[in-house]
Ligand binder design. Sequence first.
Ligand code: SF4
Length: 363
Amino acid sequence: MNKIGIYIHIPFCKSKCPYCDFYSLNSDCNLQKIYVEQVKKEIKSYQNVSADTIYIGGGTPSTVDGKEIADVINTAKKQFSFNDGEITVEVNPSSCTKDFLENIICSGVNRISIGVQSINDNERKTLGRKSDANEILNAIRLIRSYSIDNISLDVMLGIPNQTKDSLKNTLDFCIESGVKHISAYILKIEENTFFFRNQQKYNFPDEDATAQLYEFCCQYLNENGFLQYEISNFSLPGFESKHNLKYWNCEEYLGFGPSAHSFFNKKRFYHINDINSYLENPNVTVDDGDGGDFEEYSMLRLRLSKGLVEEEVLRDFNFKIPEEMKKRAEKFVENNLVVTDEKGIRLTSKGFLVSNYIISNII
Ligand code: SF4
């Protein structure tokens, strides 16, 4: 049986960022302890499943006691016969303390993802971020002092008043800090966020300006050795996120905690965004239908730079990429949005900018 990925959601944050629509709440240590026990209970409800990636996301896992996080990781490792693989924990620079790191590292964590978003004080302030560039640099140094070299930084594109120069400043910081992986997400104004309710008060870059920022980001990171392997993800060779690749490769994973999604035994299901229901019974999930058919596989694979690969389609589905699909993809070749050749079909960086439109047309 293939090894799956494990995602564990830690739904706690010190405060709510103005752009964030992830499920998170403010809490005390007591609730966090009770929550961790429920997550462990849910983990223990699975038998005979093996995993080779564990991802602790949120929320802000580093707002929880490192011992609690280590306890969850150790429980997952034992239950899912985890011997060797990738264990990632998301942290915020301001809560990435020595004590937290010492505890989680004992449980085998070997990858850390830091939410940087921007290095420029004015942009950080707009995003509700309290730490500054120095604090981020200190967090990176501290993580390295525990021999963790596999560090990922999140960067945001489309921040109010962001310019090519201010983005370059952020990217230079990331590159010079020596990290191995950078995720660059375009800010989406989601409903139920502070930004959504106060849009008119901010000078958000328009679609064209954001597209230019994205194109610059892809090109600049590429020039500096960070290869784009997915719409929003760049890494030095060999440092792609193994856990996230499972999502885009249409492989199976289990998600624990409110709002976490799963794809397991060809079924998709999820937990609702409600910690109280989760605390009542962590084993209740909502059915989200069957998963893993060719259409879904193609949709996910086309997010990757390598795209839909002819020999992998043959291996996974026992047929070749349908000719009609290739024909639909060829319509986008002239504008340099898609490449089609004997290897398969893939989007270019320019194509990634309008990926939803292109992918839905190709499929
Ligand atoms: S720290 Fe992360 S999860 Fe928490 S509110 Fe901010 S963006 Fe959302």
